[in-house]
Design a protein around this ligand. Structure first.
Ligand code: PGA
Length: 251
């Protein structure tokens, strides 16, 4: 059985005040052994603070990105070991915003996934097609290429510990969620692709859906056979919405 996971990607949002409030509110209402892994991914500068706040909570900490170098002369970069030092367990790699705004190639994403896994972090590997690619009918090809780069570059061995997050770019922050059926179709393709490398890995790897997940559409998505939880952007910044989504993953 794949244990559901819900991760909140705060992106470049937050403040000390928001971090304190959000973590306290989520923690207060989260049932202790709820059967769902809950992760929050604040911006780098709030990680250490969050790690202290989470000490008595069953919420894990994740980062939104990492650099592949070790410590050294890499101004502005954050190494995997630094993330581990502030108790991060997860790290998002290849988010579409990193790919489109910061020019991260499939190979770079694979490199990040490899370094993260090697150092003992759990990568959440994001894949997903743009609106144009969906309209051109190349969704399957794009997602396959992005995941293939990671399987080849980092090795199938990083799974099932690593997760995949299918995030159609056209659904991110737009309010346009993929229908449960559209999402399930791609999740099934992802699982088949993993299965080509290893049936066991395909069975055990958690594949999350992301893109305008809200409390009212989460249940429909999470009850699909190949959807094992969600990567949540906007709705993870409101405790009530994030909790509503977690509850949908419990049921
Ligand atoms: P969204 O973002 O939930 O705001 O659409 C999801 C993501 O980018 O991870």
């Amino acid at each position: 059985m794949r244990r559901p996971l819900v991760a909140g990607n705060w992106k470049m949002n937050g403040s000390r005040e928001l971090t304190r409030g959000l973590v306290a509110e989520i923690g207060a209402d989260l049932p202790n052994d709820c059967g769902v892994d809950v992760v929050v991914c604040p911006p780098y500068v709030y990680l250490d603070m969050c790690s202290n706040l989470l000490e008595s909570q069953s919420i894990a900490l994740g980062a939104q990105d990492l650099d592949t170098h070790g410590p050294g002369a890499f101004t502005g970069a954050i190494a995997a070991d630094m993330l581990l030092d502030v108790d991060c367990r997860f790290v998002i790699v290849g988010h579409s915003e990193r790919r489109s705004l910061y020019g991260e190639s499939d190979e770079r994403v694979a490199e990040k996934a490899a370094v993260a896994a090697e150092r003992g972090l759990i990568p959440i590997v994001c894949v997903g097609e743009t609106q144009e690619e969906r309209e051109d009918g190349v969704t399957e090809e794009v997602v396959h290429r992005q995941l293939d780069a990671v399987i080849r570059g980092a090795g199938i061995k990083i799974f099932p510990q690593a997760l995949v997050a299918y995030e159609p770019v056209w659904a991110i922050g737009t309010g346009l969620t993929a229908t449960a059926q559209q999402a399930q179709e791609v999740h099934q393709l992802i699982r088949e692709q993993l299965s080509d490398a290893s049936a066991e890995v395909a069975r055990d790897t958690r594949v999350l859906y992301g893109g305008s997940v809200k409390p009212d559409n989460a249940l429909g998505l999470f009850t699909q056979p190949d959807i094992d939880g969600g990567l949540i952007g906007g709705a993870s910044l409101k405790a009530a919405d994030f909790l509503g989504i977690i509850k949908a993953a419990i049921s």
